[in-house]
Design a protein around this ligand. Sequence first.
Ligand code: ZN
Length: 392
Amino acid sequence: MDLFWGTVLILLLPVAALSGWWAARRSGRDQRHAAEVRIPPEYLAGLNYVLNEEQDKAIDLFIKLLEVDNQTVETHLALGNLFRRRGEVDRAIRIHQNLIARPKLGAEHRALALLELGTDYMRSGLLDRAEGLFNELVDKDAHAEAALRALLDIYQQEKDWQKAIAIARRLESATGERFGPEIAQFHCELADEACKRGDYSAARQRLQDALENDRNCARASLTEAGICRMERQPAAAIAAYKRVGRQDPNYLPEVTGPLLECYREIGRLPEYRDYLREVVGTIGGITPLLCLTSLTEELEGRNAAAALLTAELDRRPAVRGVQRLVEYAMAVADGELQRSLNAIRQMTERLIQGKSVYQCQHCGFAAKSLHWKCPGCKSWNSIKPVFGVEGE
Ligand SMILES: [Zn+2]
């Protein structure tokens, strides 16, 4: 018998004893006999099932044994919880359903059992059933905050962003907590859906809603810039991309490449070089620096680019920068020197190969591409580019 089943038995022992006492009282014995607590035979049979690892039979017996009254409801709830935590959700569901089916259950206990059963359903992926129970709790104003949080989770899993927005708003007024950044992400999801349908005007409206809920929603600006490019408006795209840098400088590496293309389209590359100089001077990051280096090479020649890169790397070393520097040196070297430089280039390649470019700032989840919702901890907007010598 493992530790878990030992816990279950200890949990049930006082209840079993109590029900034995009740049985004694009901059978009409006098007070002296009633005080003698005896363990009912069903309990011993249950113990036997557990010892023989016939756990389903044991549970059936315990459910039968535990007459639901105010004194045993807590035990039922604790038992159900134990099963769910152990991953035996089907058993937790049976226990909680059994509780709810009892007509004598008080309103408070019934609400608690509904909350538990809803959580069981969520755990086993029965989202529709869970949704029904949590809505019932919200309507009754019983455990409403916990139910609203669960509903928010369900609608996100179902990608029902409209309902998620409505629930987040209710949570905001119920708790005073701010859900603006999450609501903004839900609007961004709706904008992405509109983009997929080719309805850019609906998408723009959604992005406006996103920014109204969170003016620092960089994702809304990035999506807007993408729409502008689709609609061949490079100047408007530039304005939106630059807004990303002000909203959250972490996302600058996402915009430097697209900005270069937009500035090239409108023929104003020197203006972009000035912008990049400012970004590199104030915020840094190897992606903007490499973009500035390429642009300097294009506008002023390779020597100017190499000089700029050397000076910046001296301030903030980065493997990707060293790699570019070695490539510049290789272009003018020959013979033995070129072979040595090539060996160094391969080493730098190995240093950054396989390194995750993005990481969740909440749970540390490492990713190769940008996700707006962390696949690990499910939080929004927490995955950012990795900074440091081997990263940005
Ligand atoms: Zn995470």
